[in-house]
Ligand binder design. Structure first.
Ligand code: SF4
Length: 509
């Protein structure tokens, strides 16, 4: 078997099950595939970290993981040799049969049984994990090694780190043997279908559909979706819940084509469509006034940035828990008065298990100095900030009184835009601050910032913690500060706009 001679890998199979056209493009039109995004790369990295950690649960195995992914022929040959030597545990054991190649995360022998284990960096078993495992089982069985048990090993999100992580408790083993045995006939049919597509070399005639984002956002949307308008298409319909596909099936691709008498649209959807069709801006002055009157000075405009590592880093945290590393705080003492700014950004190297200074404690201490005892705390999607604060209170009971006293002071600026009390067509149906800010202040957007969203901030800071960050850390810290500051400054500007509307009603206090 020469390099590249296998025609179907596990990922190819999962692709093909999602969409045969995707499978075809993966085989013959790689030129249509965009480069991996930073977020996709970071996801792979996370998966690798979990995979490596999982090996500690089945210690002492032979690792056939290859850095050159095309060296799969050698990997399969070596697997067979190790099996003949009755090696107990093999990582990345590989199998190749009838043109199908699949590597297994962990092959382990225990109590006279052969166990196949696939490791997933998620907190539960997903349908596509079963697809992937079913193919793995097929390849193994066809190669002459039928596992007695097949497990998926995923992260136990209930796990709380207390000292070094205990792999036995950190992972959950789920026995999926029966489910994947039941899938074997289906696997054989799917393989036949995909191999035919491979041999025919004709692009399958597959229309776009819900499968384009399920279970993964397809890389080829730029090609297959080129007939869909870039702006204001029915796929931008807010909270669409399948309605976009009903419209599409009726030949309606642009929101301005939605008939005036369209039934059963939500208020926000109607706002969005009227905005696109008639340029309608909505300002519900009385609801905005009521909101403004619920806010009291001094106002603390507040925003956290967090990491949510699959492998918890700090004491008393769980997998995927949102752990704060940064905040920005703009403080407005009075109506039309001056606004000051405070901020916190943790030191990445403090995020280690035995840090003499827990970065969360440093954050809490600074927060105590920065936030006064009275006035509203304004956030955009306040539930997130409140949940982070609740988790801090649990981890640091000595600070719980201060932290929990902040909760009733929160007001959520998102409510105004989510309810549609203030809507302009340029918000494009979204209430996200990333759309609302430039809609009201076109000179201000997130597009010119080096860090443009919370996910990117989180990825970069996590890389700094794990030592994977390659750039200039001092400069990147400035970019992180600039991003978080923009989020709270945006709130200052937006709230000022709301105050002007309230003032126009003659309620100025
Ligand atoms: S964009 Fe949709 S139709 Fe096109 S290849 Fe991907 S999943 Fe298939």
């Amino acid at each position: 078997m020469s390099n590249h001679s296998y025609l179907l890998s596990k990922s190819g199979f999962v692709s093909g099950v999602q969409c045969e056209k995707k499978f075809y493009f993966d085989r013959y039109r790689k030129d249509l595939k965009p480069a991996l995004s930073v977020q996709q790369e970071s996801l792979f990295e996370k998966g690798n970290l979990i995979g490596d950690f999982a090996k500690t649960l089945f210690d002492g195995g032979v690792d056939l993981g290859v850095t050159d992914r095309f060296d799969s022929a050698e990997q399969a040959k070596r697997t067979q040799a190790l099996l003949k030597q009755s090696v107990n545990t093999i990582y990345e054991a590989a199998f190749y049969v009838k043109g199908v190649f699949a590597a297994l995360d962990i092959l382990h022998h225990q109590d006279g049984q052969c166990w196949a284990i696939e490791v997933k960096s998620s907190s539960s078993v997903k349908d596509y994990h079963l697809t992937d495992a079913s193919l793995q089982y097929w390849v193994m069985t066809e190669s002459g090694l039928k596992p007695d048990k097949f497990f998926l090993m995923h992260v136990n999100s209930e796990y709380v780190k207390q000292g070094p992580i205990i792999p036995d408790d950190f992972f959950t083993l789920v026995d999926i043997t029966d489910q994947i045995i039941n899938n074997q006939e289906w696997v054989a049919e799917q393989l036949k279908f995909l191999i035919e597509i491979n041999d025919n070399r004709h692009e399958p005639a597959k229309e776009i559909g819900k499968h384009c984002s399920n279970p993964f956002d397809c890389d080829y949307k730029g090609h297959c979706w080129s007939h869909v308008p870039e702006e204001n298409s029915v796929f931008e319909l807010t909270n669409a819940r399948g309605r976009e596909w009903d419209l599409y099936a009726r030949g309606i691709l642009h929101l301005h084509e939605v008939p005036d008498n369209e039934l059963n649209l939500t208020t926000r959807q109607q706002l969005q469509i009227d905005g696109v069709k008639y340029g309608k801006t909505i300002i519900d002055k009385f609801s905005i006034d009521e909101f403004v009157r619920s806010v009291s000075y001094p106002i603390y405009y507040f925003d956290f940035e967090t990491i949510n590592s699959a492998i918890p880093i700090l004491h008393n945290t769980s997998p995927f828990q949102q752990v704060p590393f940064q905040y920005s705080l703009h403080i407005a003492e009075s109506h039309s008065g001056p606004v000051s700014h405070k901020e916190f950004l943790a030191i990445a190297k403090d995020f280690v298990e035995d840090s003499p200074q827990d970065p969360r404690k440093t954050l809490i201490n600074q927060l105590k100095a920065d936030i006064g005892p009275d006035g509203s705390i304004m956030a955009y999607n306040a539930t997130f900030e409140k949940n982070v604060i609740k988790a801090l209170a649990e981890a640091f009971p000595e600070d719980a009184e201060f932290l929990l006293s902040l909760l009733p002071r929160f007001v959520d600026l998102l409510d105004v835009f989510k309810a549609g009390w203030y809507y302009t067509p340029s918000m494009k149906g979204s209430a996200s601050i990333k759309y609302v800010l430039p809609a009201l202040f076109p000179d201000l957007s997130y597009q010119n910032l080096e860090i443009g969203n919370g996910e990117q901030a989180s990825t970069v800071f996590l890389e700094m913690i794990t030592g994977q960050f390659k750039g200039n850390e001092i400069e990147m810290r400035d970019h992180l500060l600039a991003y978080c500051k923009q989020d709270t400054f945006a709130m200052v500007l937006l709230y000022n706009e709301l105050e002007k509307i309230s003032d126009s009603l003659g309620h100025q206090d």
